[in-house]
Design a protein around this ligand. Structure first.
Ligand code: ATP
Ligand code: MG
Length: 383
């Protein structure tokens, strides 16, 4: 097992904000970064040493990247696993192709969780009318239909109401294979982010508490208020998942907490996670540095929390009439503004986030909502 010391080159498949924040951490440590993305101006390319322009399933482009790097990692789990198998012969892919193959199809992921005996929402395959009818008999209504592949931020999901027509909802998925899930009456959502090193060593971050709006993450609070027992069982689930996958790198396990305190796994993200952005301001080692350490075979860093934190996402809707005026954010000493350099704001698109470093996380959550209201209300900076 070869350690890749600073000076080595990391290849990143996909050039979104996760790749960008990892690249910033990696370059600070002296690593070089080359990214594969269809756009030469993508968020990661803007802070990288090199970019290979190509789609994520463009084998020639991906091989071209692989030949220039010492290790390959991913900004998204939606790179075809067959491409990863091929690249793995040129430079190690971390996390490995098997991990991605298990995660990137929701149905396979759910079967994997069932196989481990981990609790999750009731689910059933639901790709056509016959399956959907059987699935609804099992999971009940309301239910949520989710496409098996390539969904994110609630895209590729439709809700089936108790009294609506389920078949017209199925048609909205345009024949994409799907699964149906019971609608979970959760009390709150949490996520456990951890890193697993090349030697199987583990470091677990403080648990994050997440609020979604329109299926998109709105705020994260860390640390999530947890009972000792709740924390132990959440961590145990996440560790079981990471070890069973043989994961290398950062991984996030999203969970629903029921009113009884019982936890259900929602989904697994085999990468850095939006609910872990707080770590770069609040923890000794950010999730991005931690991922670099894991895939390069370095010892893992300390995930300890140095301050309470709230992260609030900045969604494209705020750009309705041009870029917002950042004065309300920048005037707050505890606030840190992070923009991803995306040139096409669109409703529902994640454009950046604000971190509020404050031990009083109730206060920080109130500040976060106030800031979003202020940013929505202020005239744009270009006006
Ligand atoms: P992301 O990649 O942003 O995590 P995604 O598109 O993969 O999103 P999910 O995590 O499956 O989608 O769902 C997004 C959000 O929608 C969840 O965090 C939760 O708030 C809500 N949601 C999803 N499934 C259910 C369910 N079965 N019951 C209740 N709420 C749900
Ligand atoms: Mg999710």
């Amino acid at each position: 097992m070869k350690t890749l010391w600073p000076g080595a080159t990391i290849g990143v498949l996909g050039g979104g904000q996760l790749g960008r924040m990892m690249a910033l951490a990696a370059r600070r440590m002296g690593y070089r970064i080359i990214v594969l993305d269809p756009s030469p101006r993508c968020p990661t390319a803007q802070v990288s040493d090199g970019v290979v322009v190509g789609a994520l399933d463009d084998r020639d482009a991906a091989r071209h990247l692989a030949r220039q790097v010492d290790v390959i990692t991913l900004d998204t789990e939606h790179v075809p696993a067959d491409v990863l198998d091929e690249l793995d012969k040129i430079a190690p892919v971390r996390p490995g192709p098997t991990v991605l193959r298990t995660i990137q199809d929701r149905q396979v992921q759910k079967q994997f969780l069932d196989g481990l005996g981990l609790p999750q929402a009731m689910w059933a395959p639901s790709s056509d009318r016959i399956q959907l009818a059987d699935a609804l008999a099992k999971v009940g209504r309301p239910a949520i239909l989710k496409v098996r592949r390539a969904g994110y931020d609630g895209k590729g999901q439709v809700r089936i109401e108790a009294d609506g027509d389920p078949f017209s909802q199925l048609e909205k998925l345009r024949g994409e294979p799907a699964v149906a899930e019971e609608l979970v009456p959760f009390k709150r959502e949490i996520s456990v982010i951890l890193a697993r090193g090349l030697a199987g060593d583990l470091q677990i971050y403080p648990i994050a508490e997440n609020v979604h709006r329109r299926h998109i993450l709105h705020t994260t609070r860390a640390p999530a208020p947890m009972t000792t027992e709740g924390k132990r069982s959440a961590e145990e689930i996440a560790v079981t998942v990471a070890e069973a996958l043989g994961h290398v790198g950062v991984i996030a396990v999203e969970m629903f907490e029921l009113p009884s305190g019982k936890l259900l796994v929602n989904e697994i993200a085999p990468r850095t996670h939006n609910s872990g952005h707080y770590t770069y301001g609040a923890c000794v080692t950010s999730q991005f540095e931690q991922h670099v350490r894991a895939i390069c075979g370095l010892p893992l860093g300390d995930p300890r929390l140095m301050t309470g934190a709230v992260m609030v996402n900045l969604i494209g809707d705020l750009w309705r009439s041009g870029p917002p005026t950042w004065q309300p954010v920048l005037a707050r000493p505890e606030a840190r503004l992070h923009l991803y350099g995306k040139d096409a704001p669109a409703p529902g698109r994640k454009m950046g986030h604000v971190l509020l470093l404050d031990d009083d996380t109730d206060r920080a959550l109130a500040t976060a909502d106030q800031l979003i209201a202020d940013l929505s209300a202020t005239p744009s900076s270009s006006a």
